[in-house]
Design a protein around this ligand. Sequence first.
Ligand SMILES: [Zn+2]
Length: 441
Amino acid sequence: MTAAPPYLRYEEIRRSALADLDAYEKLTRDQAARLRLGRLRDHVAYALSASPYYSERWSAHRGTVIDHLDDIRKLPFTTKRDLREAYPFGLVAVDRREIVRYGESTGTTGSPTSSVITYEDWIRGNVAVERSVGHVFGPGDLVFVAIPYELAFASYDLDRALEQAGAGVVAVGTLSRVCPFERMVEMMWRVGPTGLVCTPSRALRLYDMLADSGRDPAEVGLRTFLYVGETCSPAKLAKIADLWGVRLSNAYGSTETNSLGLVCAAGSLHLTEDRHLFEVLDPETAEPVPDGTAGELVLTTLVSRAMPLLRYRTGDYVTVSGEPCVCGSPNRVLAHHGRVGEQLVHGGRRINKLALEEVVLSTEGTGLYWAAGITDDGLVVKVETENGDPGGLCAAVTRRVEDAFGLRPAVSPIDRAQVRRAMDRMLKPGSLGLDDLAAVS
Ligand SMILES: [Zn+2]
């Protein structure tokens, strides 16, 4: 007998997922932790037996006793390298017939990794996204989704969640020849979306292109900007929100797992702790850091049937706050500071690029664009100046960077046209470096 197609169970799965979410959100933190512990115990046993990669490579860990959430530390880490070695199906714990989606990373930083989900994984995750986007989008909204659809899950996840929340969706994408930047700008002008989903850099670039063509971007009527795919300092986000005159929302995820952080009604980005166990570790020592201290986010899936992951090192540099949110969710709140490797190292000092961006762009009179790097002369910062005194502004930035990081930078004005040429060449133009500028000078 042929099994019924899984979509026939959509309503049933969605209702059950919504009920689970509602029940979970009412738990205290202790109750939520107990729920996680039960899920963790089952899921670790499941991964070690059903996932070909884990059952083979981690056979020595079968039977690991999990009495506390901290017992996860008895297990080793899963790294990006493991994912590459297991490519394409080594980490898949279900029969091929249960796979409803297969995706891959863009492969910009090495050979690709794969991700796979079952129908139930997909819908359960999607319901959580639907809840989150429903706080800022609904009937009457028309939302441009301008993130890559090719090989990805995140775009389809958001696309579908927006539709479920009652919004209209325009599947703009990013990398296609059908809808390049120029066409998207024209469409924004003519169609007038109320919502935009893309990276902060793209939102900025779209604004510039409209303004450069003599049109007032405010007339588009954009109300909400949901930024994804790129981390950004609060200073830069505030400038983008101010430019467009929009409210901000956010979603955080990874290629391998889909959503990991979703915004609540109060606008805080909460970890999806009902579906994942999160650790925050010192990236050098791999020791846990307390809430409120920045470190690398490490995740263990708790309910992923298709591709369980144990202690996966995301490479994302985050701070998790232990403070409760006014929304009452037991899930902790996350702040994302970019990639662990996104640091400028000079003279034994490490400077987080986002922390540097915050200091540079929060200096009165700076524009939106900047770049930094280390040369033989030390830390070099280039910044766009908006007031009539570039010399004074560069001196102010020099002072503030030195105060914040104890390192005296060489600061000079940036050429905006050059920045644009550099950004147009980049797949992920969030973190502009001196090399990127040099490539187009
Ligand atoms: Zn909240």
